[in-house]
Design a protein around this ligand. Sequence first.
Ligand SMILES: Cc1ncc(COP(=O)(O)O)c(C=O)c1O
Length: 371
Amino acid sequence: MIYFDNAATSFLKPESVYNSVYKTMKLYAGNPGRGGHMLSMKANEIVYEARETVAEFFGIKSVERVCFTNNATSALNFGIKGVIGHKDKVLISGFEHNSVTRPLYAIGADVEVMPWSDYDSKVAVSGDTKMIIVNHMSNVNGNISNIRAIGEYAKKNNIIFMVDASQSAGHIPINIIDDNIDILACSGHKGLLGPQGTGVLYVREGINIKPLIEGGTGSFSEEIAQPEVFPDILESGTLNVAGIGGLCEGIKYINKYGLYEKHNREKELMKSLVTGLRNIKKVIIYNNKNTTIDENLVSINVSGWDCVSLANFLSEKYGVCVRGGMHCAPLAHKTMGTENTGTVRISLSHFNTFAEINHFLNIIDKIANVM
Ligand SMILES: Cc1ncc(COP(=O)(O)O)c(C=O)c1O
């Protein structure tokens, strides 16, 4: 089996992640913050260490502003619906995932999509824009938005800046201060190498956010109203302690391996993949606009093939896992001009090998030349 669907969820995780999940479930999984006994305290320690590790990874000074969610979708919903109201003006990039566009649609926000050419530098907004939301790295073609410049612009204009870092976290450095980020949402189970069922939401002090879910927080239990302190305000109900502990190990592994080194390895693998694909006639590669493909994912089509059929064929005949279709991001396809075809997305991990890339290229060459 070759796994090239790491943008959906990373499949191979560091050994320390598997061990941590097992150990937490088997030995320590009390309910964090819900008692003074040893298992509850141990669970608390696991969650706190993870919070500190996430905070340090993204340059977040106030550890309590890091909230754990089930995935990026919940983090994005919390960040959007907790801050944005009906008819509020929101500017988004043309690469947003459905987990941004659908909540905005559900609220009835007044959404404007910025032209692709604006992602690098300046953005033009109308005076009463409340929030700018940018997908840091497209899950369809790997396009990188210059969040630092857009964030600076948002800051100068008093606009809340929210970044969906689901694809970039764990691949590209992110620093919430340097990048001027007010709200950061990401998955824990993709580039950060944590288990499924994990996501992260950071909300800067001073941002007025309403909780979407109220309930037990283990704090201020005598009060009827949801606590307003962080992270409790956004963390009702029992946390996924085993998942959060695993996520912490995923980030510790990246710190040890080196984020830069991990990214470089992914880039080298991608370079070899794209160079090979460029040599196969009938393969269409969807570049980001700078025509370089540096990141760990790329979209292609093979002429004569429907993308979903090709992805299914690759799995059934060759044991290759890639994703075909819209990738939950129809807006991105509209921006790229692939809304009628979809694409086959190949997304790598630093755990992949050059031998796997070569094998895959041989398969694609064979398929393309048979047609
Ligand atoms: C850019 C982007 N945003 C949000 C999500 C949603 O992530 P999750 O599956 O963790 O909810 C994804 C998932 O593929 C994504 O690629």
